[in-house]
Design a protein. Sequence first.
Length: 641
Amino acid sequence: MARASLARGLLWISVLASVFSLPARSFYLPGVAPEDFHTGDELKVKVNKLTSTKTQLPYSFYSLPLCRPGKIVDSTENLGEVLRGDRIENSPYVFKMREPQMCKIVCHTKLNEKTTKAFKEKIDDEYRVNMILDNLPLVVPIPRLDQENSVVYQQGFHVGLKGQYAGTKDQKHFIHNHLSFTVKYHKDLQTDSARIVGFEVKPYSVKHEYEGEWKGENTRLTTCDPHAKRAVTSSETPQEVENKQDIIFTYDVEFKESDVKWASRWDTYLLMADDQIHWFSIVNSLMIVLFLSGMVAMIMLRTLYRDISKYNQLETQEEAQEETGWKLVHGDVFRPPSNSDWLCVYVGTGVQFFGMLLVTMIFAVLGFLSPSNRGGLMTAMLLLFVFMGLFAGYAATRLFKMFKGTEWKKIALKTAFMFPATVFVVFFILNALIWGEKSSGAVPFGTMFALVFLWFGISVPLVFVGGYLGFKKPAIEDPVKTNKIPRQIPEQAWYMNPAFSILIGGILPFGAVFIELFFILTSIWLHQFYYIFGFLFIVFVILIITCAEITVVLCYFQLCSEDYLWWWRSYLTAGSSALYLFLYAAFYFFTKLEITKPVSGILYFGYMLIGSYGFFVLTGTIGFYACFWFTRLIYSSVKID
């Protein structure tokens, strides 16, 4: 079911004129149209960054002394690709469509102390080489232990391996210098053309030997000879990485016809090893949260209906003078909170974040953010966040005017700078650490300038425009009048302590997303694909519902205990789920990742801190608006003298 829905999603990307299907001659989105190849057409392999799950620091392919083409040409990259650390360049690997090659020599190199050290470091850190053919990433098929005749795909192949050899006790380093490529294609029945639907490799470490003098690509190897049909099938004589060692890089290319159509070629890439566990966990979480949500909603509706009926009946009786419960604080419940300007800023930022995520997910569910468009997701999120500044300014100043505020420009300025400035400072520090490691993941100065321009040139003006429009609107009127003198809050029970209720309130929203969070963290930090946006959208809706309901319930209990300071507490109650998210990220770090370098650990916790901060403003704003709507609803439903 998952693979079928994904195929439809990719079809939506390719064919704009229909949501389901259209003939092949349709209008396609730029960069994702299928390309037809005829026999003998040149296929150019591109190389991408070297990646490692141990260090989380990407490096460019040519940072190692690997085979180079005559001239290295960088591919044009979008903003998201640069921020991801992608560095796509040309390579010396050139194929001919449907023309197999055996034991093709790429280059010959001799190691020195510097290059030997570089290779050993990358092998120790388990770096993988990433390549691209016709916009498909190179994968290594790995047999699944739990299922026969089934494989999972690992992105890229390891630079080399480390182990004992020939009876030695010492661990030695070996390099993968022979690549056996398999290009899968789907043939058009009507024409001779074909489309590439798969790009796989099996890496080998082979100590190549040859007779006579070295003649470049025309040298005849004894370990691998196309004339004698002698192919590399194992690494029985591996190529050791040591000073002054000669290394010959070679490759084979095999072409296989496949029944997989071009629109479905990403399905195998997105198949997870624990596919069944993923689906059952999501469904289980969905059922539990829906059940809890139904129970909470039913209790709240019955209790509130009884309260409102009782209060309205008491109006005609003498007992009306002895008010109890939440009606007692009607003269203080809409009193502006302390630090109301910062509450307006955080609410506005949350609206901006919510709008960005909602629109991004809608586009992703419809299939417009294809995995073939590298960096498209991050680029879309950045641009949407910038343009959502209009709604941030509007929400912040609208709330500020309700609090009888007058300096709307000050609120708009804080909204425009508070969240982006905090994130930018953390990001700048992390980028400096990446730059210090000479990693390709460091954002170049030009890209940093582009980010600053998006912030100051587009986001900030839009926040001010939204702020002006929001402040120009009439102020929101309270359903009840506020007393001039604040009412004293009675001593609260221990379970109504603000810190306790806030921490309790964050558990349910976090519980709604933590299973999906595991797969998101795995895709980010273990370099796996994540494109199951249909389920993610469902989880997002569940998160909104649970944040709203748990905040409303705790707000109701708080008002019943005659504590009217609900403004900030409603925001913090749902927002506290971000604390659990960060704690779970720490748990994931120590149990699932094998990060060894201190810099990599700082990067992980730095980026997770940014993510948790964004989650805080998102969930906090949802909780605030739910409580805001709830209090206005109940106090406008009772008769108050």
